[in-house]
Design a protein around this ligand. Sequence first.
Ligand SMILES: NC(=O)c1ccc[n+]([C@@H]2O[C@H](COP(=O)([O-])OP(=O)(O)OC[C@H]3O[C@@H](n4cnc5c(N)ncnc54)[C@H](O)[C@@H]3O)[C@@H](O)[C@H]2O)c1
Length: 364
Amino acid sequence: MGKIKCGVVGVGNCFAGLYQGLQYYKEHSEKEVIGLMHQDMAGYRTQDIEFVSAFDVGSNKVGKTLDEATYAYPNMVNWIKLPKSDVIVQESPVLDGVGKYVEDLIKPVTNKPIDQLKEEIKKHIKETETEVIVSYLPVGSQKAAEFWAEMCLETGTAFVNCMPVFIASDADWEKRFREKKVPVIGDDIKGQIGATIVHRVLAKLTQDRGAELDKTYQLNVGGNSDFKNMLERSRLESKKVSKTESVQSQMKNRIPDENIHIGPSDHVPFLKNTKLCFLYIEGRQWADIPYKIDLKLDVDDKANSAGIVVDAVRAAKIALDRGYGGAIESASAYLMKHPPVQMSDPEAKSALEYFIMGKEQKTG
Ligand SMILES: NC(=O)c1ccc[n+]([C@@H]2O[C@H](COP(=O)([O-])OP(=O)(O)OC[C@H]3O[C@@H](n4cnc5c(N)ncnc54)[C@H](O)[C@@H]3O)[C@@H](O)[C@H]2O)c1
């Protein structure tokens, strides 16, 4: 089916995990790729994904080759040695991308006025024939996320929005993507064995088994720049909504707000890319007798999201091939925390299977 030419916005830790993993599977083509829905999705394999453009703001990343930028501070993924890339990281406008807690980690370049950057970015997307943009912008980058959604609309590039600013799940933005026939998959990637999916599945289990779920929390800690940035509570609003609604959507009746607490909770530097999730559920069974679930999840946060992005990129490319625009609901529901339409995970998986087979598509 050919290659999928991708661009990345935010050459941070998530991208480093994705990019190094792609290289790992290139070097081990005999291995089954772990973390995917299918090895072959409508003719596209992991090895078909190539990054042809990249955008960031870090002065130690912009102007560097993509392999160099992938290891640049404060990135922490160092799983594999990458070959020299001929992709040079381009400047993106900073806007609200760098929060106050990461100002000591990210020194942004602010060389060019935004109108000039806009034109240069559009030209670069065209010249590199970028078909799908993957956004790994930091939490709280509302303006930067909207800037990149606009760039996708203006260049006809599909958008995979891995972060929690609502684009695919916002009716106005979705309409604009639909009208321009540009696919968008979002918002906020759902990790493979992440806190959200584990919490959703357990919450759904209580419902499917007829138990009451009275109270629940999910506390998350990690040691990378994503967690450091999330110390700034004013940047967190959409992340909390995204994570909380992902669990609420699995309930027959909403859990009252005072009985559900979900969110990033603290930054513990020595954890680095390890994320710990402390998950608690309490409720009642027969005759109001209580039960409790107390669980600790310990995962590498960057290995957690990469396979899901490989599926999202391939779904976006399938949508482009088939001329679909707007939110790809099935892929968004299965792969993202805050899709335009929430489904249970098994429903979302079958909807995506239908989409891949070309049997179903909602274009808005
Ligand atoms: N499992 C996961 O890791 C996971 C799951 C869901 C969502 N996410 C989201 O993915 C996003 C990326 O996470 P990460 O760990 O890679 O973060 P990170 O801090 O390592 O990387 C962010 C990158 O964005 C760059 N950046 C900042 N402002 C920019 C701008 N205006 N334009 C272009 N680049 C800019 C930074 O320089 C940095 O390289 C976050 O929003 C995170 O919440 C991650």
